[in-house]
Ligand binder design. Structure first.
Ligand code: SF4
Length: 184
């Protein structure tokens, strides 16, 4: 029988035989809900400065942010390993080749044992899933789709820039399809 977990903390502890800590990265992405592709105002709660830790600064390289993040957490649990957390803005909003270079830069860092990638449902397509499937054969991988609500009225209120049908399409999407993210 499939094991049930009542929260993310319990689940992640079962995935590794050691402690893991996410290190947030600002890899310099923007977001279609901010750069004008969909909108410019962003979601009403969007303020990436409020959750970026001090080591997470976009004008540093991904590698440097991870090394600084490791130093930051090393005092707490010296035996800890790390997940590179592509958190700020929309972390699949680029060509697959550009994403590959960024994610693989993170995976080259010692003690980084996987990736967490935060994105939005309208920035996921089948060609990206092909690559993520390939990546997931090599490393631990979580992709956060940011499904903020199933209610279109709420999604409009928070200025999310997509409806729930868009989220549903992303959840059901399979690899090996036709790209919908033309022009990125
Ligand atoms: S999707 Fe994320 S980065 Fe984009 S506007 Fe909303 S909260 Fe901000």
């Amino acid at each position: 029988m499939k094991q049930q977990y009542n929260d993310f903390g319990n689940w992640i502890r079962k995935q590794f035989s050691f402690r893991v800590q996410k290190i947030a990265i600002d890899a310099g992405f923007t977001c279609p809900n901010r750069d004008g592709r969909i909108g410019t105002g962003g979601c009403i709660f969007c303020d990436n400065r409020t959750f970026n830790p001090s080591y997470c600064i976009r004008n540093k390289t991904i590698a440097q942010q991870l090394e600084d993040g490791k130093q930051f957490f090393a005092r707490k649990y010296p035996e800890m390993k790390f997940l590179a957390y592509f958190q700020a803005y929309t972390n699949t909003y680029a060509s697959v080749e550009k994403l590959r270079n960024m994610y693989e830069e993170a995976l080259k860092i010692d003690e980084v044992v996987g990736l967490v990638i935060g994105t939005r449902p309208d920035c996921v397509d089948s060609s990206l899933l092909d690559y993520l499937e390939e990546l997931n054969r090599k490393t631990f991988l979580i992709v956060e789709y940011g499904i903020e609500s199933c209610n279109d009225k709420t999604l409009r209120f928070i200025n999310r820039g997509h409806d729930f049908a868009c989220s549903k399409r992303a959840i059901e999407l399979q690899p090996n399809g036709v790209s919908k993210l033309e022009g990125i």
